[in-house]
Design a protein. Structure first.
Lengths: 166, 166
DNA sequence: GCTGAAATCGCCTAACG
DNA sequence: CGTTAGGCGATTTCAGC
């Protein structure tokens, strides 16, 4: 099983850094029960192995002036691989699109977008997304309110699985 | 406009910490062009004012053993406020549900879920979500692949807006 | 008010056992 | 993995703009 190449201390490190990515190494070491140098070595290894992709401040979108969030469900005309990846490349270049996931089922892609206000989103929608090549239809849903937005992964679920399979 | 209570240095700090949340304070100070002490004070102020909600390591879900991601579109029978918030509370207690957004339109909520594998997601779907009170229907879409998943916000869009309105 | 300079304290991070 | 130790960063204090 993936994730089991990591020992419990590594998983503990990941869980702590997910919860507080700015924690000092000595604090982290104390929490996971080892001394600072091996702890730092583990963190570096986890970074280089790709378990840790980066560290990011979590910034309040509304406070910063991004008042609207929108999910856009996109259907394409062609689902040929070259057309799919062309659309993905376009999404990566649109700053208002923060996430782009290819889905199974009738919808080809779901996009999570942010914008300062409704009119700037509509500018993007009509001026960019709907005009883009190969886009057949776009259904948008405004986020009325966000009830939960947890950054990472549920480590408790992982631990439960690993102890059960042990 | 929101976000304009911040001066350009504050916005620069936020952008840098969004890009690398583990940057040292002296490096941050160098990048934003002030010395370390006032830089640290600004960071603390931004944290206390709620602009910065936290710092999180970005962990690779697949590497950790979360192989599947799913979007679930949920409709409820009742949209009375007490019923909406009851559903939101349930979502907050489901570890596999990482995001829960209330939407306008025909779909009441969109949930972003992760799971170690399909069968554990289906266990959650049939054992928890579909059984939950007030849930009328759930349409799920598996994420085939993720083309873009940027943490954070597009600061360049913000800067462009602010310079244009200045 | 703000910033920057200096000084202290604590942490980071080698090298070694 | 732990301990030691030297260098650097963090953070307070204080002076200046």
């Amino acid at each position: 099983m993936a994730g089991s190449r990591l020992d419990p201390i590594d998983r503990h490190i990941l869980a702590e850094l997910q919860a507080d990515g700015r924690m000092t190494n000595v604090e982290l070491a104390k929490r996971v029960g080892i001394s600072a140098p091996p702890c730092l070595r583990r963190v570096r290894t986890l970074e280089e192995a790709g378990y840790i992709r980066g560290y990011h401040a979590d910034i309040d979108a509304r406070e910063l002036g991004f008042e609207v969030a929108v999910f856009a469900m996109v259907r394409l005309h062609s689902q040929a691989e070259s057309d799919l990846s062309a659309f993905e490349t376009r999404c990566r270049n649109w700053p208002l699109v923060r996430e782009c996931h290819m889905l199974n089922g009738e919808i080809d892609f779901i996009l999570k977008c942010v914008a300062p206000d409704l009119s700037s989103f509509q500018g993007f929608l009509t001026g960019e997304l709907l005009k883009a090549e190969n886009v057949a239809s776009v259904k948008t849903s405004l986020v009325i309110r966000c009830a939960k937005d947890e950054p990472g992964l549920p480590f408790d679920v992982l631990e439960e699985r690993l102890t059960r399979s042990a």
